[in-house]
Ligand binder design. Structure first.
Ligand SMILES: *Cc1c(COP(=O)(O)O)cnc(C)c1O
Length: 360
């Protein structure tokens, strides 16, 4: 068996040790005689898997006890609707920061539920930076302030948590959750689709402060009501059981690596060496503002775009796959989530230098 280094933005690379454990437990989970795939979510085996995953996530992120952790379906995209439905709480206005493709999709969806105030946008600079928070036009009466800590497509990341005052801060952490420690108490709600930096597709994690629950807009579908989900342990209906189990294995793996401070140091080192290789060359270019470059998704272009196809094809031959940039921006993008070993980044840098030498 030979595994490639997979730079896909999502679904994305998983730790090999996690896949090996899932394989070893596939037919018989811990002596119970069946696969996790076959378990009832109402019985003790899955109950223990679910509870352990939540406990480990709480420990990794230091989630305070007045926050609920929900294991939902529907992807981060469903949260674009669930957030206004649940958090408007009788208000009509919501603040959003527009820093890229995902925040603007969240804005479009929120407009169906009330008045969206775009407090700042970096679209004029082609989303390569983050507007200075001192210039944000925030509304102190907004129901919440939404932002996207890491824009997966253009590789722009907030290195800081914005100050929202008393307004609940809501953040789409889909592509950066668990990449470094965060202070959960600064947030009203955090959400993330699992398929980038947590586990398999099909699971969406929501971390929400309890006092924000229970005031949905009329006609909110029962499955979209955070309070119903919280009161039922995310098992109002059948949850995505196998994805939940796999996420739990990833949480255990992260704990075994030493937790999120250790992951942050590794992630920073991985990203910095790739940016350094790009910046040191005339052949590659990263358009993102130095201050806001993502640790997770690194877009770059080639001096000769006509070589994009050859670059991707030869990289694949070298065991470096899914480097093609998002269809909306072109070029290349290397997603280097927690599960990407440093050796994968080293191999990519080596390939890039070799390719530039042969084609520069
Ligand atoms: C991938 C992504 C989404 C969409 O996620 P789905 O789970 O496919 O709905 C939303 N926001 C960000 C930041 C993403 O990276």
């Amino acid at each position: 068996m030979s595994r490639v280094f997979n730079f896909s933005a999502g679904p994305a690379i998983l730790p090999e040790a996690v896949l090996a454990q899932a394989q070893a437990e596939m037919l018989d989970w811990q002596g119970c005689g069946m696969s996790v795939l076959e378990m009832s979510h109402r019985e003790q085996h899955f109950a223990s898997i679910a509870a352990q995953a939540e406990a480990d996530l709480r420990e990794l992120l230091g989630i305070p006890s007045n926050y609920k952790v929900l294991f939902l379906q529907g992807g981060a995209y469903s949260q674009f609707s669930m957030i206004p439905m649940n958090l408007l709480r009788g208000k009509t206005r919501m603040d959003y920061v527009d820093t890229g493709d995902w925040s603007s999709k969240a804005i479009d969806e929120a407009r169906r539920y009330g008045d969206v105030n775009v407090v700042a946008s970096s679209i004029a600079g082609n989303y390569t930076s983050i507007p200075d928070p001192a210039t944000w036009q925030c509304d102190p009466n907004a129901a919440y302030l939404h932002y996207t800590p890491n824009e997966t497509i253009r590789g722009v990341e907030f290195g800081f948590v914005p100050d929202a005052g008393d307004v609940p801060l809501v953040a789409d952490f889909s592509s950066t959750i668990l990449s470094r420690p965060i202070d959960v108490s600064r947030f009203g709600l955090i959400y993330a689709g699992a398929q980038k930096n947590i586990g398999p597709a099909g699971l969406t994690i929501v971390i929400v402060r309890e006092d924000l629950l229970g005031q949905t807009v009329p006609c909110t579908p029962v499955m979209f009501d955070y309070k119903v989900q919280a009161d039922n342990g995310s098992m109002y209906n059948t949850p995505p059981t196998y994805a939940w189990y796999l996420a739990g294995l990833v949480f255990k793996w992260l704990k075994a690596q030493g937790g999120l401070s250790v992951m942050a140091a590794i992630n920073e080192r991985k990203a910095n060496k790739l940016y350094a290789a790009i910046d040191a060359s005339d052949f590659y270019h990263c358009p993102v503002d130095l201050t806001y470059r993502s640790w997770m998704n690194i877009p770059f272009t080639l001096a000769k775009p006509a070589l994009d196809k050859a670059f991707a094809a030869e990289a694949e031959q070298a065991g470096l796959v899914s480097l093609k940039g998002h269809r909306s921006v072109g070029g290349m993008r290397a997603s280097i989530y927690n599960a990407m070993p440093e050796a994968g980044v080293d191999a990519l840098i080596h390939f890039m230098q070799d390719f530039a030498q042969r084609n520069g």
